[in-house]
Write a protein that binds this ligand. Structure first.
Ligand SMILES: [Zn+2]
Length: 431
């Protein structure tokens, strides 16, 4: 590989070849672990055997926040907004602001040593042919340095994209396992009755919510949150999953994966007219899933007041009516006023409010079971500061958003049009 080959654009058309075997061995432990949980789940209790490949730390009982880090350092294109600097920038902000285990003891836990997702995990959402085709394309990516997947945004891939995307998805599954398992069996018996599990936060990339069942799209390779939703159902027996997506773009991949599924409620708040142009307000699901998809496009320029109103008038009543068993969050920070991939005016305080309120919803509705998944967010400063303030919200600590936000750069929000959109969605969904 050399510099010139790295820059050469190659149009790669997905090669749908079935027969992926290579990765299965790598994920053997994860699958064994999951089947142990599934077996235990059927008998009503979890058995933490000595030889189990445990992902849970006994210290979890004191934890309020548990996170995983999967930075995909090899999956990178020079000058691309979805680049390898994103997760390290967040981690470094967390350290600087003393929001890591080093400073907080057992209150904050970084879950390490988790297993990558297996091909079977991924295939609960994506076509096996796509997964096999992507793995096969890694040789070409290694030769060329980088390849581009035509008609997908575009989405790039490098020699490590397949493996690192499995790690990203696995980082989410490990958090779902930990959040669910910490409530059950011997560990919880030793804890206080008021015990709430820690909230999970997957600091992962590549992001996932644009990836459709048959392929990658919009910087996204595997639908991390969708894969975790199926995992929560099939491995842990949690039937009703609420996915809240506040990335500034429509989560079309998640939308498509569950469009006819009444048990997975997908709620997306995004900027009207932004990429990929889907997620119209009238798209409410189909068949048995009619009414279990809620799309709320907001006009450009919407900001903190708009999102607070959306939370109170749409997200909260919707969640209360659906009664989820777990809440998963597609946490995109690209609606920040300083992020140039869109033109919303959310501030760090907006993201603090969302994290704090969603955590409370989970506490009220589903025993606190809640995992956040990093999606977009491309201004490294606003991304890392907003994730750090989300951490504070999940810890129940005061926001430090005012140290970062600059009200002087904000202009008037289009609140009349925001209210019209809210009234329309409330009417459509009888809220
Ligand atoms: Zn986005």
């Amino acid at each position: 590989m050399n510099a010139s080959s790295r820059r050469r654009p190659v149009i790669w058309v997905l090669n749908f070849v079935v027969g992926c075997k290579c990765f299965l061995n790598h994920s053997r432990h994860h699958r064994q672990f999951c089947s142990k949980i599934a077996a235990a789940s059927n008998s009503g209790s979890y058995n933490f055997g000595k030889e189990s490949d445990l992902l849970i730390d006994p210290k979890l009982i004191d934890a309020r926040l548990i996170y995983t880090v999967a930075p995909a350092l090899g999956h990178n294109q020079e000058a691309h907004p979805e680049c390898h600097l994103r997760v390290p920038a967040i981690v470094s902000a967390l350290e600087k602001m003393e929001l890591t285990p080093k400073f907080r003891g057992s209150e904050i836990i970084e879950l390490q040593g988790f297993k990558p997702a297996s091909v079977d995990d991924i295939a609960r959402v994506h076509n096996k042919a796509y997964v096999a085709g992507l793995e096969k394309a890694m040789d070409q990516a290694a030769d060329e340095g980088i390849i581009f997947i035509d008609g997908t945004g575009p989405t790039y891939a490098t020699y490590s994209t397949f493996q690192e995307s499995l790690v990203a998805a696995g980082a989410g599954l490990a958090l779902v396992d930990s959040v669910v398992m910490s409530q059950t069996g011997t560990l919880v018996a030793a804890s206080k009755n008021s015990y709430n599990p820690p909230t999970g936060f997957a600091l992962i990339r590549p992001p996932g919510h644009h990836a459709i069942p048959k392929g990658p799209m919009g910087f996204c390779v595997f639908g991390n949150v969708a894969i975790a939703a199926r995992h929560a159902q099939l491995v842990h027996g949690l039937r009703r999953v609420l996915i809240i997506d506040f990335d500034v773009h429509h989560g079309n991949g998640t939308n498509d994966a569950f469009y006819d599924d009444p048990d997975i409620f997908f709620l997306s708040v995004h900027q009207d007219g932004s990429y990929p142009g889907t997620g119209k307000i009238d798209d409410i699901g189909q068949g048995d899933g009619e009414g279990a998809t809620l799309n709320l496009p907001l006009p450009g320029g919407s900001g903190d007041t708009a999102m607070r109103t959306v939370f109170d008038e749409v997200i909260a009543p919707c969640a209360q009516r659906f009664k989820p068993d777990i809440i998963l969050v597609s946490a995109g920070y690209d609606g920040h006023v300083l992020d140039h991939l869109a033109s919303q005016q959310y501030t760090t305080a907006t993201f603090y409010m969302l994290a704090s309120n969603i955590k409370q919803l989970a506490k009220d509705l589903c025993g606190g079971r809640c995992v956040f998944f990093l999606e977009g967010g491309y201004n490294l400063d606003s991304l890392s500061y907003s994730v750090a303030d989300s951490f504070r919200a999940l810890l129940g600590e005061a926001s430090l958003a005012s140290e970062f936000d600059n009200p002087a750069i904000l202009y008037e929000e289009p609140l009349t049009r925001v209210q019209q959109a809210i009234e329309r969605v409330k009417h459509l969904h009888s809220l």
